[in-house]
Design a protein around this ligand. Structure first.
Ligand code: RNT
Ligand code: ZN
Length: 418
């Protein structure tokens, strides 16, 4: 049987439940995923004065062939994008600036340092998102940045964040699609603090200064990302969930929820409906924590599907900004992007192919038996046939065939990179 025939057969199963399969594929096509560039080089960046990774995050593994500069990283991204169905976005960090060998301090970064990325994004019709980098830097060595007691250190990072928002604005204007500029800071303490309020007060004040600069939301959207703990900040993180939730609410900013930044049994899927009730938009860093915030490659697991269901069922596909955040250096980095991104898209398709209205009615009428029965049966519906058809119509390899492309690319790459 051809992919097309298998699709027709599978479609009939879903149509029996009044599920509009073609409509679901159209919707899926319109959902961009913001793919993080930092999986390609282990969150290294291209600064002239290279710094080792800090901030309580860690990348393990030493798989050969990581990208060493902008051209290599863009080539690798192009290879990954060719294996992922749909049109997406690329998420950059300030450390991916290209300054032609000049040392440019982070607080002095400008749009001009990102023109290669913008030209490339234009050529490939990609949107760009952005993040100031408040780690891997001598001024972040104390584990404190925007909440540092030293006014000069705070000022440096405030300037960096303002510069970043302007770079975001430039991306948004140049590419005609608003850039999400997300601030994440590592600030916290290894051991029990004697004062939790003062650092949080300083963070609030720093954010107020950063956001005082009025930037048009048609071009740049601001997000703030919370965290529970990091390596070296086990006992206290200044930018906690409550902190940013309150700040975002009061100042009309986007809350960014990273799926690795909560207690192991605390699920982001369960938070989305609440955020959607009180905020116009929500942003995500979809990651996979394994026992801690380990940033493993996203798999097609229960929580990923549950997140996708929340987005689809709550009619929020244009209100939840989906970004990925993982970094695994123990496997082929291009494969990591492909696996994680394809899984995110697959989960959205899975959610779009459920009888969501009917399931809702069952719950409202108290019919929990049928609700459970159907939710379980749909897990083994011929979903794979619809996914294969989508990949084929989007002109990307079907099923595991993409692995051959990655292997060929890897062979070529091994002769150039060492
Ligand atoms: C760290 C945060 C943050 C980073 C990236 C590199 O715990 O998740 O989003 O992973 O900015
Ligand atoms: Zn994150």
């Amino acid at each position: 049987m051809t992919i097309q025939q298998r699709f027709q057969q599978a479609k009939a199963y879903y149509e029996h439940w009044n599920i509009d399969v073609e409509g679901a594929l159209q919707t899926l096509k319109s959902i961009p995923i913001s793919i993080h560039c930092w999986q390609g080089d282990d969150v290294g960046g291209f600064e002239t004065k290279r710094q080792t990774l800090s901030g309580g995050i860690d990348v393990t593994g030493n798989y050969p062939g990581k990208a060493r500069n902008g051209d290599e990283l863009r080539a690798d991204l192009e290879q990954a994008l060719a294996l992922i169905p749909g049109k997406h976005r690329i998420n950059l960090h300030a450390i991916y600036a290209e300054t032609e060998g000049q040392i440019v301090e982070r607080n002095e970064l400008q749009p001009i340092h990102f023109t290669n990325w913008v030209e490339w994004a234009k050529k490939h019709q990609l949107g760009l998102d952005f993040n100031p980098t408040l780690f891997s830097h001598e001024k972040a060595q104390d584990g404190l940045t925007l909440s540092h007691p030293d006014e000069n250190i705070r000022a440096f990072w405030i300037e960096h964040c303002i510069a970043s928002r302007k770079i975001g604005e430039y991306f948004g204007k140049a590419l005609n699609s608003p850039c999400l500029t997300n601030i994440w800071i590592p600030d916290g303490y290894k051991d029990t603090p004697s004062d939790r309020l003062t650092p949080r007060k300083r963070l609030k004040e720093s954010l107020d200064i950063i956001f005082a600069e009025d930037i048009d939301i048609r071009y740049n959207l601001d997000a703030i990302e919370s965290k529970l703990f990091g390596i070296g900040s086990e006992s206290f993180v200044v930018g906690s969930h409550e902190f940013y939730l309150s700040y975002a609410q009061q100042n009309n900013k986007l809350c960014l929820l990273d799926t690795g930044h909560f207690h192991p049994t605390e699920m982001v899927s369960n938070k989305l409906s609440t955020l959607l009730l009180f905020h116009e938009k929500v942003a995500l860093h979809v990651s996979r924590p394994v026992r801690w915030d380990s940033d493993h490659v996203v798999t097609f697991d229960d929580e990923l599907r549950e997140i996708a269901m929340e987005i689809v069922r709550n009619d929020a596909i244009h209100r939840v900004i989906i970004g990925l955040d993982f970094f695994d250096a123990s496997i082929n980095r291009i494969a990591a992007w492909v696996i994680g991104t394809r899984n995110m898209i697959k989960a959205l398709l899975y959610a779009l192919l459920l009888p969501n209205d009917y399931l809702r009615q069952l719950q409202e009428s108290g019919n929990f038996t049928e609700r459970l029965a159907l939710m379980e049966e749909f897990k083994t519906y011929p979903f794979g046939a619809i996914w294969d058809y989508y990949c084929e119509t989007q002109q990307v390899p079907v099923r595991e065939n993409w692995l051959n492309n990655v292997k060929t690319y890897e062979k070529e790459l091994r002769t150039h990179r060492n």
